[in-house]
Design a protein around this ligand. Structure first.
Ligand code: PEP
Ligand code: MG
Length: 855
């Protein structure tokens, strides 16, 4: 192995204070050294020169690494490296001088370890300077052959250092990524050399991959050892850190077990299928084979580049991804807690893994492009991890693919999307760490039957989109989900929040029966969906759809929608990966109005921010995006976004589009007044017709001041998803809080009542376009409170209409009074005395959250 001391004498392979006339001369000299040492055939130097013409081997910091062409591997007799120290240097490329020329002969992967050292070395200015001037070949031996334990991705041979501590691993789920990355952190800051050994296998605990490859399970005896100055106290501190993680690991395992054994409403299997418990996000049952969304499905073009630009592109991509991961860790910590953020912490750790980076450099040195090399390195290492047949390591492979994908997207933005390309033909269960709203929005529903994600929350926009698409979905299934192999048969229960794996025939049959039963129930509601929602005593409620694209209108109308009560225009920005131009927007708004053929269309101005981040807008990362510059606040700061949108809307109105404009996240009167002024200026400029201008009531301040706002707004539409999160101070994406973040909370209902009262004072109408509108009981309650229009996911329309049509408005008003007086959500829910849709699967935009109905 090259990593071991050379079999020939070091002097033979290192030429101190050499002189070279030029680059080719230098390459030939190292070639001759290698040939003299018996490593290569004498004509290998020709191959090295030829290689240099194909790809630049200048590594940076005055180090070049010439080597032969791939097809000449046969000329390598044994692996070896030879070094030329050129104190005066030689010009390698214009403006680049090489002072240390490392000739490599290898027909195996052995030179990876040399490359690893070289990559480290070129970051160590002082050491390099010493090597440029040293008179002692031994210094090179120490730097390149012997100054560290060989670190390959395979576990190291067992040998303890002088100081040892024994321990039995007591983490119930073994050494998975989260605790392993804590070990890495502790090892790296220990200041001594550490080793972990289990039986005959050992690893350097400062390498995450090496640790994970040991595949340690609960109950495995391990020996930690250390050497170096202050080895004993450092080892003890390290072990203390290792032990300190036990409590948390045990508590997590217990919580997972409790979650798994919580009673479930709806379908239950009879057999012994393996189950992963998550949080229900979109109702219904789906059966299919698992497709794990991972970057290895990508086809990455190989565009060779020179090592210097490749290396610097990689460096930039890694730096950017680190920053991205940091934001993600912060955000996840905030949303889900530090425990869940640890998944990303572990992923971020992989970005610093020397094995991975070195392998990438090595593949680049072989003449491949940087994106291809990175992707290949990720695939190889992930492949090694998966091949060990350990689900914990398989999940790490998924992590590696995941983080690998982020780096790839930085290296080549065209690779950011497209991983859905390889979805199997037959409807599958899509499994992913998380899905962005745009990924969910662009899912091919012919190929995806259900969704299960390790992260995410039931009221996230991805979950809303899943419901819009009618895809049963479970979120927050945890890291175990990522370890499920593609091809595994699974049932996603979007009501109970469970994913069942490898179900037996009897369970499959009963799940199919359940799916049929739901379909029949739905069919009976759908039979009357075309009828208006008029109560038995003649009160009329307008039922509209939340729809974002013209091609979705037909379905919404077919479901019984009487118009569009909410068009979330931010999805035009999210889905396209680019900012749509004014012309493009105008065409879409007009197409939307035309598809509605005179029915009402409420277009909401951009609501960017919160969980709807648009990467191509490069908005600053915020500590608390839901409390930050989002919705109207952003629009007022970004006329470059607001003005083209308003112009596009007025142009569509000019061409006959019957539309209204609605502004999101209004907090105070000044915002509304300013936005109205902007509308009027643009309208006048275009000489366009007046259109109604409404606002969303999503912030408690707006609900409380509805009587003030109503003077300046033509209508209100209550966004109960946000209103709930702001009234209750519960992040709508946090699965921990999903069961409590209920729009039926009396505090939220009182805000709604205040809004209606304020609107009445100025004769304005009030609609609701948040999730509660799509729940039959919620809808009935809202009608009783005085809401005139309900806008919802198209699929929710038939059940809501059915419920309104069988009610009397007087009864609903009495119901509303009781609900306002109720003490808590349970008391409100207890008022639901049933009706059509009572036992339906519980679809609503706000998500099923807890088992059962959650509105
Ligand atoms: C809401 O907040 O209820 C709403 C309809 O807006 P969004 O879900 O898009 O934030
Ligand atoms: Mg909102």
């Amino acid at each position: 192995m090259l990593a071991d001391a050379p079999t020939s004498g070091v002097e033979e392979l290192v030429r101190i204070d050499a002189r070279a006339a030029n680059k080719v001369d230098a390459i030939r000299q190292v070639g001759q050294l290698l040939a003299a040492a018996g490593c290569v055939s004498p004509d290998y130097e020709d191959s090295m020169v030829a290689r240099e013409n194909v790809a630049n081997t200048f590594l940076g910091a005055g180090v070049a690494i010439p080597h032969g062409l791939g097809e000449d591997k046969g000329k390598v007799r044994r692996d070896g490296i030879a070094i030329l120290q050129l104190r005066d240097g030689v010009e390698w490329n214009p403006g680049q001088r090489a002072h240390i020329v490392v000739g490599i002969a290898a027909n195996s992967d052995n030179h990876i370890s040399i490359l690893r050292r070289l990559t480290r070395l070129i970051q160590d200015e002082a050491r390099l300077e010493d090597l440029r001037t040293t008179g002692d070949p031994e210094d090179f031996r120490r730097a390149l052959w012997a100054d560290e334990a060989p670190a390959t991705t395979a576990a190291q041979p067992a040998r303890d250092y002088s100081q040892t501590v024994s321990w039995t691993l007591d983490y119930p789920t073994g050494l998975h990524a989260r605790p392993a990355s804590a070990w890495v952190e502790a090892a790296r800051s220990s200041g001594v050399r550490l080793r972990v050994r289990h039986g005959g296998e050992s690893a350097d605990p400062s390498s995450l991959i090496a640790l994970l490859q040991m595949g340690l399970r609960c109950g495995d005896p391990v020996t930690f050892s250390a050497e170096g100055d202050k080895a004993r106290p450092a080892l003890e501190a390290f072990v203390a850190r290792v032990r300190s993680l036990s409590g948390r690991e045990k508590a997590d395992a217990e919580r997972a077990a409790q979650k798994a054994s919580a009673p479930v409403q709806g379908w239950k299997p009879q057999g012994e299928a393996r189950m992963i418990a998550g949080v229900a996000a979109s109702p219904g049952l789906a059966i299919g084979t698992v497709h794990v969304l991972a970057a290895h499905d990508l086809s990455v073009p190989d565009q060779p580049c020179d090592l210097v630009s490749g290396g610097s592109a990689l460096n930039t991509a890694l730096t950017r991804t680190r920053a991205q991961m940091k934001a993600l860790i912060d955000d996840t910590t905030r949303r889900l807690g530090a425990g869940d953020a640890a998944i990303f912490r572990a992923q971020a750790e992989l970005l610093d893994d020397t094995d991975l980076i070195t392998l990438t450099c090595q593949i680049m040195v072989e003449g491949h492009g940087v994106a291809w090399a990175w992707h290949e390195a990720v695939s190889r290492i992930a492949g090694q991890l998966s091949a060990l047949g350990n689900p914990v390591l398989a999940a790490r492979a998924a992590d590696l693919h995941d983080v690998g994908r982020r780096v790839l997207a930085e290296l080549d933005p065209s690779l950011a999307a497209g991983t859905m390309a390889d979805l199997p033909e037959a409807p599958c269960i899509l499994v992913a760490a998380d899905l962005s709203p745009s990924e969910t929005a662009t899912l091919d529903t012919a190929r995806v039957a259900g969704i299960a994600t390790a992260l995410g929350g039931p009221t996230s926009h991805s979950a809303i989109l899943a419901r819009t698409l009618g895809l049963p979905s479970v979120v927050a299934g945890g890291v175990d989900l990522l370890g499920v192999a593609s091809g595994t048969l699974a049932i996603v229960d979007g009501d109970g929040g469970r994913v069942w794996l490898d179900p037996g025939e009897a369970d499959l049959a009963s799940a199919r029966g359940w799916i049929d039963k739901l379909a029949a129930e739905r069919a009976s509601q759908e039979a009357e969906r075309g009828q208006p929602a008029i109560t038995l005593d003649g009160a009329s409620i307008e039922v509209a759809a939340n729809v974002n694209r013209p091609d979705q209108v037909a379905f919404a109308l077919a479901q019984g929608g009487e118009g569009v009560g909410l068009m979330r225009t931010e999805f035009l920005f999210l889905e396209s990966g680019d900012t749509p131009s004014e012309d493009e927007q105008a065409a879409i708004y007009l197409a939307m109005a035309e598809a509605l053929d005179g029915r009402s269309l409420i277009v909401r101005a951009l609501d960017i921010g919160g969980d709807k981040q648009v990467p191509h807008l490069d908005l600053p990362v915020e500590e608390n995006p839901f409390l930050g510059v989002r919705g109207a606040r952003l629009l007022l700061r970004r006329p470059d976004l607001l003005d083209p949108q308003l112009r596009a809307l007025y142009r569509a109105a000019q061409q006959g589009g019957a539309l209204s404009i609605m502004f999101p996240m209004i907090t105070s009167l000044e915002e509304l007044v300013e936005l109205r002024a902007r509308c009027e200026a643009i309208r006048a400029e275009l000489d366009a017709p007046h259109v109604p201008i409404g606002i969303m009531i999503e912030v408690p301040a707006a609900a409380v001041q509805a009587h003030v706002l109503a003077e300046h707004a033509d209508f209100f539409s209550i966004g109960t998803n946000d209103l709930t999160q702001y009234v209750l101070a519960m992040d709508r994406q946090n699965p921990e809080l999903a069961a409590q973040a209920q729009s039926l909370h009396p505090a939220v209902l009182r805000m709604i009542a205040m809004t209606i009262e304020g609107a009445k004072a100025h004769g304005r109408w009030v609609g609701v376009c948040g999730g509660i509108a799509g729940d039959p009981f919620g809808a009935a309650l809202l009608a009783g409170l005085g809401v005139r229009e309900l806008s919802m996911t198209p699929r929710d329309i038939p059940a809501v209409k059915a419920r309104i049509r069988q009610s009397r408005i007087e009864d609903l008003q009495a119901l509303a009074r009781e609900a306002l007086a109720a003490r808590d959500v349970a008391a409100v829910r207890a008022l639901d005395k049933g009706g059509i849709g009572q036992d339906r699967p519980g679809a609503s935009e706000q998500g099923a959250g807890a088992p059962g109905k959650a509105v």
